[in-house]
Design a protein around this ligand. Structure first.
Ligand code: 2BA
Length: 109
């Protein structure tokens, strides 16, 4: 059995969960925060049999879009003052960052 953890955009979360539920997969949604942008994203957790991993991965891939986002980066100090000049950079976020982990045991009691 495997644990799939997928970090995705908030706006894609309900589309992915709907599609997973329709196919009979259980999924848990956790609010998370990206360490780089420091903005909210969603982490989905889904425990599945080994032979279903590709089905879940396909659903996530189909439902999650990559997005261009502008963020600001600080330049180094200007002259000897403590002034930093922020400048915008464009980055591509997502579609999804997916981790597949081995599960030692799963039990529902
Ligand atoms: P964030 O850390 O907020 O990163 C958002 C986007 O910023 C990343 O998109 C990437 O395009 C860019 N980025 C991240 N770190 C960077 C850096 N050091 N320098 C330049 N650009 C950087 P994605 O790669 O699609 O990642 C989306 C979110 O997935 C991340 O949000 C983070 O929450 C998670 N993530 C991605 N890779 C991860 C990893 N190896 N381990 C844990 N979480 C990860």
């Amino acid at each position: 059995m495997k644990l799939i953890m997928a970090i995705i955009h908030d706006e894609d979360a309900f589309h992915v969960m709907d599609a997973l539920n329709e196919q009979g997969f259980s999924v848990t949604k956790q609010a998370s925060t990206g360490g780089f942008l420091r903005t909210g994203n969603t982490t989905l957790i889904c425990g599945v049999e080994d032979d279903k991993v590709s089905v879940v991965m396909d659903i996530i891939e189909k439902k999650c879009k990559a997005r261009k986002q502008i963020t600001s980066v600080n330049t180094s100090r200007v002259n000897s003052s403590d002034t930093y000049i922020p400048y915008p950079v464009e980055i591509i976020v997502g579609g999804a960052t997916i981790f597949v982990l081995d599960i030692a045991q799963m039990k529902k009691v």
